[in-house]
Design a protein around this ligand. Structure first.
Ligand SMILES: [Zn+2]
Length: 317
């Protein structure tokens, strides 16, 4: 080993750390399991900074979501509900199809029926999700009443997935907005997001009545300001990337220019270092499918054009 190049050790160490962290199993912490009363009938449960809720009534329990597959927290919740109450779980509402939010929800299938948006079914079946099957589905809105407690399920079109719903308990001023109330935290990326509708829905939710308490899927309870914070970030990123694409810049140029501008204006948001680049790339991808550049291309040029990231602004007439 050449001791005149200590930097080699550092590079080797960094490479080793990167590889090992990429392959590391996520560690779950049972000591973080909690159940917190939010309002008269609404309780929040979860662990590892991820949460569902349940609604307790005289006639049964409504659970929203499962949990990470390996956390063991759904099994723990079932034990807790059995200990605390003498009514069964009657409904399991699935906020959306993402596995990390619905895993192990089938544990309640002996007494409960699954409820979700109609679009959730092909994802659950096709991706072979570990989830209760949604025996009740709806298109726009579903009102569930159990034991006198009114729960509204709202769908505003594709946003974060094509099947994400909001769970509203208006009489208790509670809105369960899993993966919607992002606040000042970045999504990993926008792989299955309908960005323009997400912006519209953030404005709707920010102004929804009887929703003073907002429960996100991750992090502590928040307010409707969380929708505005996420909206402002998303709109700024979209406008920046779109502007650069219209100016004919490459994806590489856009990553640098939009990255610097977003750091300047939103540097206090969480997970900027880890997620901003993937946010820019997937926003570019969304906008590639959103717009039509002025210049024509031939079909066999499309792939090369895309790979060159120039939005096909070639010299074609
Ligand atoms: Zn999600």
């Amino acid at each position: 080993m050449n001791v005149r190049h200590p930097g080699f050790f550092l590079v080797l160490l960094c490479a080793t750390l990167t590889i090992s962290s990429a392959w590391a199993q996520r560690v779950y912490r049972p000591e973080t399991r909690s159940i917190e009363q939010i309002s008269e009938h609404v309780y929040r449960w979860g662990s590892d900074n991820q949460y569902g809720i349940y609604v307790i009534t005289d006639e049964g329990i409504i659970v929203v979501d499962g949990h990470y597959c390996e956390s063991g927290t759904v099994e723990w919740l079932k034990e807790q509900l059995d200990e605390r109450y003498d009514v069964p779980v009657r409904y399991v509402i699935l906020s959306h199809d993402h596995q990390a939010h619905i895993c192990n929800s089938g544990i309640f299938a002996d007494t409960a029926v699954g409820v979700g948006h109609a679009n959730i079914v092909p994802h659950i079946v096709g991706e072979n999700r570990d989830s209760i099957y949604p025996g009740i589905t709806f298109e726009d809105e579903l009102d569930l009443t159990l034991g006198g407690v009114h729960v509204r399920l709202l769908y505003f079109g594709p946003t974060h997935s094509d099947n994400l719903i909001q769970v509203h308990i208006p009489d208790e001023n509670v809105l369960v907005a899993v993966d919607s109330a992002k606040g000042r935290t970045l999504f990993p990326d926008f792989r299955d997001m309908e960005v323009n509708n997400q912006l519209r829905v953030m404005r709707i939710l920010a102004n929804l009545e009887d929703a003073a308490i907002v429960l996100p899927g991750h992090g502590p309870p928040v307010t409707q300001d969380a929708f505005i914070d996420h909206h402002d970030f998303l709109l700024a990123l979209k406008e920046l990337v779109l502007g650069h694409m219209r100016d004919g810049r490459t994806l590489q140029e856009i990553k640098e220019l939009a990255g610097a501008a977003m750091m300047e204006d939103f540097g206090d948001y969480e997970q900027m270092d880890s997620n901003l680049e993937a946010n820019i790339v997937t926003m570019w991808d969304y906008l590639y499918r959103y717009r039509e550049p002025n210049l024509l291309i031939l079909p066999d040029e499309a792939i090369a054009c895309t790979e060159d990231s120039r939005q096909c602004r070639t010299s074609m007439p």
